[in-house]
Design a protein around this ligand. Structure first.
Ligand SMILES: *[C@@H]1O[C@H](CO)[C@@H](O)[C@H](O)[C@H]1NC(C)=O
Ligand SMILES: *[C@@H]1O[C@H](CO)[C@@H](O)[C@H](O)[C@H]1NC(C)=O
Length: 464
């Protein structure tokens, strides 16, 4: 215990102080939640998307499963693509938070606002760089509770008898491995097993396809022009307005408060909520109007980097797409009584960067007008809101049912039904109809060709 290296012991201390915080203010009453909590983009808590969980974290709405009631359907397979739970900021964001807190402590005015006094007096910079993106206790809990709710929804698939037949895979990142472990703890807890046994595989080809796709890395990730809308918005009128309002509240000159520091303050509010369940004094810097602008900035980044903005971003998820459909094909295939029963469930744990390209490839959350730096004011009703799509512990569930007329497939995102584009009048269409909608992808969507295939003479930006 005492031989742990300094960074680890600091982590341990942080963890202990979290425990104390959690014990002393076990949960925020609903009115204590910052009014901007549902605009944190990928740093949004899962509870903000499903507020009924704030009252009861184990509540499950069984009517989200909607196969046609007259066809005697039973679920035969679940594929769940899940994002890791709440985590510490990355080292880069911790350095920004550090700079921000120093600036506010040393240069901000000493006015009488309570929250500013609190920031300058009692608030302590407690983040250290070694926390770098690791899963926090609340994040473990996110996955444990999700597993328990999924067990209630799919008792026959996630049953104890199926222990060895449930396929579990994870990205190699620490926060994902911890998440897939927590998921198993949740299941085994639901089964009331004493000792938890872990069995999962690390699979970056499936869960971190984005960093292996050269067309994406070169054409989008490392290409400044590909993300030009984000840069423009960052320095545009709306963001400038937020900067000015913040600078005024802090009594700082406008040029001292860069867009990065504005974002750091916003994220600080989000981290204190998602890690410690506290309403941080930093939250008072923003009103809802500011939060919406900052959310839009994040959405622009996700849209142009990970989603419909460039076709290669979604095409990079072809390996995952094919994996999911191969698994569903196998599970839905007619079989004789003597055949092996199908795999009951496939649990795949990754990142927001894993889920967004896949959802985009499936054609979801695609608004008519792409969000840009100049159309903020016409985008209020957009469906592409990362706060709602990829909060911590976000999940995409493919539920295959065995029904009288053949297998049916239902899609749920964050435990709510979502309809397949092109099959909008049914919650659980026939599986063969879903396959027909995605025929072009099932027959193509070739990772080698899309991601590496410069020689084929195709531009990375092919039309989907
Ligand atoms: C349960 O889910 C159904 C289907 O999505 C929805 O219509 C209903 O409002 C939900 N009920 C509750 C209590 O959230
Ligand atoms: C960078 O992005 C722009 C805009 O999407 C594109 O036209 C250009 O070909 C990309 N450059 C590379 C090297 O892929």
């Amino acid at each position: 215990m005492f031989s742990v290296s300094p960074p680890r012991s600091r982590l341990l201390l942080a963890a202990l102080s979290l425990l104390v915080t959690r014990l002393s203010c076990s949960s925020l009453s609903v009115s204590d939640i910052p009014h901007i909590a549902s605009f944190f983009g990928t740093k949004t808590r899962y509870e903000e998307v499903n507020p009924h969980l704030l009252r009861d974290i184990s509540s499950v709405n069984r009517s989200v499963l909607k196969p046609p009631p007259t066809e005697g359907c039973t679920p035969v397979h679940l594929t769940a693509v899940i994002r890791h739970g709440s985590r510490f900021p990355t080292a880069k964001n911790i350095r920004r938070i550090q700079r921000l807190s120093e600036l506010v402590r040393t240069e901000a005015s000493r006015n009488s606002a309570d929250w500013l006094q609190e920031i300058q007096g009692r608030w302590e910079m407690w983040y250290t760089e070694d926390m770098d993106g690791q899963l926090v206790m609340k994040g473990r809990e996110d996955l444990r509770q999700l597993a328990k709710r999924l067990y209630v929804l799919f008792p026959s698939l996630l049953s104890e008898e199926n222990l060895r037949r449930i396929n579990l895979r994870s990205s190699s990142k620490h926060r994902c491995v911890s998440s897939v472990e927590a998921f198993q703890e949740g299941l085994q807890d639901a089964w009331r097993r004493g000792e938890v046994q872990y069995s999962h595989e690390v699979d970056d080809e499936l869960m971190r396809f984005f960093e292996r796709c050269r067309g994406f890395v070169e054409g989008v990730e490392n290409n400044r022009t590909a993300l030009i809308e984000v840069e423009k918005f960052k320095h545009g009128d709306e963001m400038d307005g937020v900067r000015r309002r913040l600078a005024e509240k802090l009594g700082l000159s406008h040029h001292r408060l860069t867009p990065e520091l504005v974002e750091a303050a916003f994220f600080l509010c989000s981290y204190e909520l998602s890690i410690k369940s506290v309403h941080s004094p930093w939250c008072f810097l923003f009103d809802e109007k500011d939060a919406k602008v900052l959310e839009y900035k994040s959405d622009l980044k996700q849209y142009w980097k990970r989603s419909h903005g460039h076709a290669i971003s979604s095409m990079s998820s072809c390996p995952l797409f094919h994996h999911v459909f191969r698994t569903l094909d196998k599970a839905g295939r007619p079989r004789r009584a003597t055949d092996e029963p199908p795999e009951p469930a496939s649990i795949l744990v990754g990142h927001a960067e894993t889920l967004l390209p896949l959802l985009s490839l499936l054609g979801l959350y695609k608004d008519q007008t792409p969000p840009t730096a100049s159309n903020y004011h016409s985008q209020h009703g957009r469906s592409f809101r990362s706060s709602l799509i990829v909060p911590y512990a976000a999940n995409v569930l493919f539920v295959l049912y065995d029904c009288q007329r053949g297998p049916r497939l239902q899609l749920l995102v964050n435990e709510s039904p979502v309809r397949f584009p092109g099959l909008e009048n049914e919650d659980a269409p026939l599986y063969r109809d879903v396959r027909a909608v995605y025929r072009h992808l099932l027959d193509g969507c070739d990772f080698e060709k899309e991601c590496e295939g410069r020689s084929v003479g195709r531009a990375p930006n092919i039309e989907l």
